[in-house]
Structures are given as C-alpha cells and as structure tokens.
Design a protein around this ligand. Structure first.
Ligand code: SF4
Ligand code: MG
Length: 303
C-alpha cells in the first residue's frame, strides 16, 4: 500500500512542470539581447523539466552576469572572469548537478579567457553560455575581446587595432565537445541550441550574439539579421571537425557578410567526471567522509 502511494506520488512529481524563473526583475535596458537569452534558457529548462533543485546557474561580472538572479534554481553571482572556476568547484563537489555558466564576452574571453581553455580541455560536463555583445556594457561601452577591427569605442577612439577572438575556433581547438553559436533575436532556435548543450555529456560552449542596444550601435539586431544564417539549412555536419573549423572562419573570410549560427561541432569523449577516480563511487558530496585514521593512512601511503 505504502509502495503504491509512493509510486503514485513519484508519477505526479514527474508530471509536475517546474517553474524556473524568480520574481526578481531583470536589470537590463529595454531591448537588451540578454532578455532573449533569458527566455531561451527558461524554455530549454522547461522542455527538459529538470528538477530545479539540481540546477546551478553560475555567472561572473557584467550585465549578462545578472542572469542567475532571474532564476529560482541555485545560483552564484561570482567574481569577474571567475565563473568557470566557481562552476568547476560546484561540479566537482556535486557532479550530479546540472551546471550552467552565464556571462559576457569580456568576462569569458577576456578576464576569464585562460579558464575557458582549460575547462574546455578537461571536458567537464557543463554548459557555458556567453552573451556576446562585443562590448563591456556594464562599464559603459569599452572595447571587448570580440569587438571587430576598426570599431570606435570610448577606449579605442581611433578604432580597434587588435584581432577579435574567434570563439568557435578557440573552443573547438581547446577541446570543447559541443560548440554552438546563436542569436538572441531568434530565441526559438537559440533555446534548441541551449537544450542540446544541457543534454550533451561534456563541455558545451554556446556563444550568443546578444546586442547591447545602449553602447554598441554597430552590431545591432538589424546588422545581424541579414547576415546570420543557420548552419543546418546548408547541410552542415557537426561531427566533421574540418568543416566545423572552416565554418568558424566564414564570418571573417566573408568580411561578416555571412555569419553562420547553429551547432558547429559536436563529439563525444569521456568527461572529466567519468575519468576521475574519486567519482567512481558517485558524487563527492554523497560519499561518506573518510575517518581520521583513513586520512592518515592515505597521507602515509602517498608521502
Ligand atoms: Fe544590455 Fe547594454 Fe544595457 Fe548592459 S548596457 S543591460 S548589455 S543593453
Ligand atoms: Mg560584453
């Protein structure tokens, strides 16, 4: 009888749709691309119906890093560029959690650029969403690592003279196993990319054109719309590494006339969690703590 009631309760719980959003009002300017990203993450989580007590959303610093406040999952608003070390710590402590990083291009490709390379090559099972507006919005519009050559900003009044980061090529060559790019002006498409990233077993990087309507008046929705096209509409094979790298440079080579969005590259290789011996008995947080004697014996064996 008790079993029957328990089974019925479990079935009802499985059917219950989770609400992932919080009651906090977003801080973004009206029209900011981050609204489309927020809606897309919410749609992806809702479709996946993951238990929200098993979701942690982690951010760095910047306008887009306010994202965790808009969700009722667990969340950490961490330090500038330190989103990935924080997310890594969470994943190592409890590898059963769905961990999602949300931050900007300055945070992720500038200050946190080194962390991106090493987290990608470790292939931790997490999703990193970068809202790329080619500027530092929170500090009122300086040049960021993805700002295009020649663009005049308050920190480069004579135009940018440094090559922009190529997020797709960087992530693929660093070892990310799911590499995609979306556009916040197309949330339906974007939510499917995010859903695929969350479902993917391994490190997923999703770069998103997310216009800053206040401080970037060049890379606007109207600038992107005629330029972006979907990779899947042209038969792109995301398992083909060479083709993925070729597509990663198509925007530069066409002088930004053609900008592909969609899933560039996807492959499967063992995740860090699968290879790390400490996780073989399950998530660390669920394992029994070793006794003082066991700790001493481990130290003696290894010193
Ligand atoms: Fe968005 Fe730009 Fe406003 Fe920041 S400053 S909230 S990036 S529109
Ligand atoms: Mg930015």
């Amino acid at each position: 009888m008790v079993d029957t009631i328990q089974t019925a309760n479990n079935a009802n719980m499985a059917k219950t749709k989770q609400v992932y959003t919080s009651t906090n009002k977003p801080i973004w300017c009206a029209g900011c691309g981050d609204f489309g990203v927020f809606a897309s993450i919410n749609k992806a989580l809702t479709e996946l119906n993951i238990d929200k007590s098993n979701v942690a959303i982690v951010s760095g610093i910047g306008c887009s890093s306010a994202m965790p406040h808009s969700f009722s999952t667990y969340g950490v608003h961490s330090l500038h560029g330190r989103l990935l070390p924080t997310a890594t710590g969470i994943k190592l402590a409890n590898s059963d959690l769905t961990v999602i990083g949300t931050g900007g291009d300055g945070d992720g490709y500038g200050i946190g650029g080194g962390h991106l390379v090493h987290t990608a090559r470790r292939n931790l099972d997490m999703t990193y969403i970068i809202m790329d507006n080619e500027t530092y919005g929170l500090t009122t519009g300086q040049t960021s690592p993805t700002a295009l050559l020649g663009r005049k900003t308050k920190s480069t009044p004579f135009g940018v003279i440094e090559m922009p980061i190529n997020p797709m090529a960087l992530a693929i060559s660093a070892g990310a196993t799911y590499v995609a790019r979306g556009f916040s002006g197309d949330p339906a498409h974007l939510s499917q990319l995010i859903k695929g990233g969350i479902e993917h077993k391994g490190f997923a990087l999703i770069d998103i054109f997310s216009p800053c309507v206040t401080f970037n008046h060049e890379n606007t929705y109207d600038w992107f719309r005629p330029r972006v096209y979907k990779l899947e509409s042209q038969g792109h094979d995301p398992s083909n590494l060479n083709m993925a790298m070729e597509k990663a440079f198509e925007d530069v080579q066409t002088k930004y006339d053609k900008i592909p969005v969609g899933l560039f590259y996807k492959t499967l290789r063992p995740t860090y969690e699968e290879l790390e011996l400490s996780f073989q008995n399950g998530a660390l947080v669920k394992q029994a703590m070793p006794t003082k004697e066991q700790l001493h014996s481990i130290m003696e064996e290894n010193l």
